[in-house]
Write a protein that binds this ligand. Structure first.
Ligand code: GRF
Length: 193
């Protein structure tokens, strides 16, 4: 990935909607020497997102935007990102679908983490569907975002074994643990592509 604005590290925004455990792992990673990114701002569509607490703890800017009028919100968002010289976006449990137009503006610069082995189980309820289908394995995927849901080029995946006694909750926990390790690795990979 080519840096465009001459900063030492790539200025990144993380978009969240909920707990923010991936945000936390990305913040920790961003503070290490090996990180090619800094996290400059956190965007949330949900003012009650627990993950927003990390912005306070780690002294990172935050912006809450309600996506009721998507066009308007995305236009505001583009201004916010530009003002903050944001070059890359990491989606981390962000529950809104970004428009084609928005994605075009950050073409090849938006990453997402998804809790399944894509292309299997795009969308919601991935663990439930994997268990219902008696899968032996599931996992997580970091991919580039394009204008089709969970369909962009895959960067990295981590497979986990589904045990006989697996429940939705236990599988979610197992996969989330791997997500926290996979996202930083995938970011490093992107910069070496
Ligand atoms: C993760 O499982 C992620 O893959 C999915 O939403 C969940 C977000 O978890 N897109 P958290 O908010 O990072 O804890």
């Amino acid at each position: 990935m080519v840096l465009s604005t001459g900063y030492n590290k790539t200025r990144t925004a993380v978009f969240i909607s909920g707990t923010g455990s991936n945000l936390k792992s990305l913040i920790k990673f961003s503070k290490t020497n090996k990180s090619p990114i800094t996290i400059e701002i956190v965007i949330s569509n949900n003012s009650k997102a627990k993950g927003l607490d990390y912005t306070k703890k780690y002294n990172i800017k935050k912006k809450v935007l309600d996506f009721k009028n998507k066009n308007l919100t995305e236009n505001n968002l583009l201004i916010i990102l530009k003002t903050n010289n944001i070059e890359m976006i990491c989606l981390a449990g962000f529950m809104k679908i970004l428009s084609k137009n928005f994605i075009k503006k950050f073409k090849g610069k938006i990453l997402n983490i998804h809790p399944s082995l894509l292309p299997k189980y795009k969308g919601l309820n991935t663990h439930k569907r994997a268990l219902n289908n008696k899968e032996k394995y599931s996992g997580c995927t970091v991919h580039f975002v394009n204008d089709r849901l969970d369909s962009g080029k895959i960067i990295m995946q981590k497979k986990v074994k589904i045990s006989k006694k697996e429940t939705e909750a236990s599988l979610a926990k197992k996969i989330l643990f791997q997500e926290h390790k996979l996202y930083p690795k995938a970011i490093i990979k992107v910069f070496n592509l």
